[in-house]
Design a protein around this ligand. Structure first.
Ligand code: PLP
Length: 432
């Protein structure tokens, strides 16, 4: 695709964008009487305008029915979570019986590890990516300890090579093979939160399986961002949060996927009444009899008010579909890349420094393995750059010492947002 860094070009792209109407369905924060350039949907997605109605509906039914709402609410609470199976399975590329909306991300990770990290003296190692999100690191560290292992010995982190930012797939595969006798579990992000690198989940899963280990993924930055095919990739399990690309609100309910081959009573798990067979659940009898779907991992009855927020957003995803989102995402992120590269070449032309590796803004997210996020190293610059961007109406994420993470979200960001970001970035750099 041929891009131009002009307002006219950006407006033209927006007018022919098949998803343009979706922007209107979200609330944008305002600054100085104007919508901000919101590039942090990877941290907290914007609120759909339909969310309030969905929540209100449940509050009204609670007021009208009290406990009877479990069966008589417009969306009966007893089976509320079941409404998500179909649409969410499409978002993650699974069968409806393989997904369940429950708990939150880190709790789901622990509960899934209760099933799928069953270390023995000989086979106890967990392989993960270097610099995984801290919550994942703490989960793995304490899981190893919980089973009596020393995390320094039990956890293998695969690092980028010297001088590189991304982790090569071949290095992950080699590490899996090297540890094949002791490896119990491969647990990685689907998309690394810091670099935006998409991992090759299919290859990694196949390598884990051939080493006799299981493969699970934390999809916090992948779900609703990239196309996933968990079932066909034979991924054993996965979990995600719904407040990033899934726009379900701060700390909203999480999601989990468990491949159908693990849906059997003999799979070890930590149980609760909501995972028990539906027909006999209210008999309140002794003896846990798990369902034969991912629902068997549920513990508690559904947090319906939070789930109403999730429902509002999932309905939009159901309408749009990951195919169309992914298509726009490639164009929109490609445009951001183009704009940044143009700013780089302009600044290089103006700079008296010799040519070479003197890029001011270095995009570290791999071109051929990314979703919508670009992580940019701002060489020689500090937090004051971020402060200037913010003051001028850009909400982007700053990670010390000098990385800006920008996520133009295809569902609600526009080409004009990208153009405006470029203008503000250039101006902020000039006055550094
Ligand atoms: C956002 C994020 C989390 C947050 O975990 P919560 O349990 O939802 O607080 C965990 N892991 C990754 C990879 C994330 O990106």
């Amino acid at each position: 695709m041929k891009y131009e860094n002009t307002l006219e070009f950006a407006k033209q792209q927006d007018s022919s964008d098949p998803l343009k109407k979706y922007r209107e369905r979200f609330y944008f924060p305002q600054m100085n009487g104007r919508e901000v350039v919101y590039f942090t949907g990877n941290s907290l997605g914007l609120q759909p305008k339909s969310t309030q109605d969905h929540v209100l509906k449940e509050l009204e039914d609670w007021a009208s029915f009290g406990v009877e709402g479990h069966f008589h609410a417009r969306n009966p609470w007893f089976s509320y979570h079941e409404m998500f199976a179909e649409p969410v399975s499409k978002i993650v590329g699974a069968k409806p019986a393989e997904v369940v909306v429950m708990n939150q991300l880190t709790s789901n990770l622990h509960f899934l590890m209760a099933s799928f990290y069953r270390p023995t003296k000989k086979r106890y190692k967990i392989l993960c990516e270097y610099k995984a999100f801290p919550s994942d690191q703490y989960a793995l560290e304490t899981q190893a300890q919980h089973h009596g292992f020393d995390p320094a010995d039990a956890i293998i982190e695969v690092k980028p090579r010297e001088g590189e930012y991304i982790i090569r797939t071949e290095d992950i595969i080699t590490a899996i093979e090297k540890n094949r006798n002791e490896l119990e579990l491969v647990l990685m992000g689907g998309v690394n939160y810091f670099t935006g690198q998409v991992f090759d989940m299919e290859k990694i899963t196949a390598a884990a399986h051939s080493a006799g280990a299981l493969a699970g993924f934390d999809l916090a930055h992948a779900v609703g961002n990239i196309k996933l095919n968990l079932h066909d990739w034979k991924v054993d399990f996965a979990c995600w949060c719904t407040y990033k690309y899934l726009n379900s609100g701060p700390g909203c309910v999480g999601g989990a996927y468990i491949h159908e081959r693990h849906h059997k009573p003999s799979t070890p798990r930590l149980g609760g009444w909501w995972g028990h067979d539906k027909q006999s659940r209210f008999k309140m009898e002794k003896g846990f009899n798990p369902m034969m779907t991912a629902e068997a991992w549920q513990l508690s009855n559904a947090p319906v008010v939070a789930m109403a927020c999730h429902k509002a957003s999932v309905e939009i995803f159901e309408e749009v579909g990951m195919e169309a989102l992914s298509e726009k995402s490639k164009k929109l992120t490609g445009y951001l890349e183009y704009v940044i590269e143009e700013i780089n070449s302009k600044s290089q032309a103006q700079s008296s420094k010799p040519k070479g590796n003197s890029q001011m803004l270095e995009i570290i997210t791999p071109k051929d393995a990314r979703g919508c996020q670009l992580s940019i190293v701002a060489h020689g610059m500090g937090k004051s750059l971020h402060d200037k961007l913010t003051a001028a109406g850009v909400i982007a994420d700053w990670r010390e010492p000098n990385v800006i993470r920008c996520a133009p979200v295809p569902l609600y960001n526009s080409f004009e947002d990208v153009w405006r970001f470029g203008e503000i970035l250039e101006m902020s750099l000039r006055t550094q």
